[in-house]
Write a protein that binds this ligand. Structure first.
Ligand code: DOR
Ligand code: ZN
Length: 431
């Protein structure tokens, strides 16, 4: 059974409860008892105390977009290695994407991910089921059974659902179970064969491009389907200024739409592909500076619901292929927090409560889980952060098996000191 814990004198940030100041946090039986000034009497006789002076104490971070390659590719990542990396990065909940081998597309598959997550005893592991069988876009997967097994939503991530009639059915069906449909917006008619953003750089590099239209056309189409059905819809890793504008209009119109942005789309541009380094090959591709600016602006404006890593580990041997042939993806779970600080806090896009909202209660609401706050009685998922510690990102220190990380050697600040999941200390940084 989880011990009693008192986190003393930290700077508590709990955006959902509008808390932003010094306080203690008392935890018992795996739940939050109190945030505030805790008296000796309330502490009781047996209680482990953690001094958080000078640290930030926040609701456990939530990443609703990770790839743990389990089942199927354990040399790239497993639920055990991925969830150990997650708690080191401060995440107390993650959502695995279903583009595994085999695809997560039925009740048994969902149960497999949950069971592996429980066995790992690190972070809470949630999963989205596939929208269509094999993510092929031809027939719906067993969404109802997966919903019953606890899938938090559905996505064909890696592929967009091309057929509008199929997407319409998926939205209607998911709505019957109160689940969100998350789309990797990419129209293959525009994107097929592309390996980076389409424009000046793709031209001089001689690489086939993916036009912004590929993302925006599918997002626009989906928004018409949402207007028709009223179903909950989430746009994954939006990457263009045009997508921001579509989300702005949809939210203004009151549609039940949410969106996420991945760290790499806030920090890197298409110009990074200049040396054909495949660590910059990702889907959706890195875009222009104007797109990065638009995304940062959207975050400042409050249009974005969640920040994600889209942690996508790949084997070095595969990433060493030429740019055209290498797989897409960036392994970034373990440097998520300092990257978000660099992208959003340092340039003044958001303040700390703004950032923590996008990493806690924001993503929790997208998938409809009762997490992301430190309210009394809530499950005690807590992350303690040293916001000022400076260091250099080093892939050789990663617990994740993914080494395909373009941030190796970057000087950053902000590190996770402790991660508490359900009242248990699941990670503690060794100084
Ligand atoms: O870059 C990406 N990597 N984008 C995706 O949509 C899929 C992901 C992966 O699974 O590697
Ligand atoms: Zn993804």
């Amino acid at each position: 059974m989880a011990e009693r814990l008192l986190i003393r004198s930290g700077h508590v940030i709990d955006p959902a409860n509008r808390i932003d100041g010094e306080a203690d946090v008392l935890i018992a039986d795996g739940k939050i008892v109190k945030v505030g000034r805790v008296s000796q009497q309330e502490i009781g006789p047996v209680c482990r105390q953690i001094d958080a002076t000078g640290k930030l104490v926040v609701p456990g971070l939530i990443d609703i977009h990770v790839h743990f390659r389990d089942p199927g590719d354990p040399e790239e990542e497993t639920i055990a290695s991925g969830s150990a990396a997650a708690v080191k990065a401060g995440f107390t909940s993650v959502v695995c994407m279903p583009n595994t081998n085999p695809t997560i597309e039925n009740e048994t598959d969902v149960e497999y991910v949950h069971r592996k997550g429980r066995q790992a005893r690190k972070t809470h592991v949630y999963v989205m089921g596939a929208i269509t069988q094999g993510r092929q876009g031809l027939a719906l997967a067993e969404m109802g059974h997966m919903a019953e097994a606890g899938a938090v939503g559905f996505s064909d991530d890696g592929n967009g659902v091309q057929d509008p009639a199929m997407m319409l059915r998926a939205l209607r069906y998911a709505a019957m179970f109160g689940k969100v449909v998350a789309q990797h917006c990419q129209d293959n008619a525009f994107a097929a064969g592309g390996v980076m953003n389409s424009g000046y750089y793709s031209t001089i590099l001689g690489l086939p491009g993916i036009d912004c239209l590929a993302e925006e056309a599918m997002l626009w189409r989906d928004l018409q389907l949402v207007r028709r059905t009223g179903a909950r819809y989430h746009a994954q890793h939006i990457s263009t200024a045009g997508s921001v504008e579509l989300i702005r209009q949809a939210k203004k119109a009151g549609l039940p739409v949410t969106c996420e942005v991945a760290a790499h789309h806030l920090l890197l541009t298409e110009a990074c592909c200049c040396e054909y380094d495949t660590n910059y090959k990702v889907n959706p591709p890195l875009r222009s500076e104007a797109d990065v600016e638009a995304l940062r602006h959207a975050i400042a404006e409050g249009l974005v619901d969640a920040l994600v890593t889209d942690h996508a580990p790949h084997l070095q041997s595969e990433k060493e292929l030429e740019f055209l042939a290498a797989p897409c993806g960036i392994a970034s779970l373990e440097c998520a927090l300092p990257l978000h600080i660099k992208a959003l806090i340092d340039p003044g896009v958001v303040d700390w409560p703004g950032l923590i909202r996008l990493l806690t209660v924001g993503p929790a609401r997208v998938i409809g889980i009762d997490k992301g706050t430190l309210g009394p009685g809530k499950q005690a998922d807590v992350t303690i952060i040293d916001p000022d510690l400076e260091y250099t990102i080093d892939i050789n220190t990663f617990i994740s098996k993914g080494r395909n990380c373009p941030y190796h050697g970057w000087k950053v600040r902000g590190i996770v000191d402790m991660t508490i999941v359900g009242g248990e200390i699941r990670y503690q940084r060794q100084p």
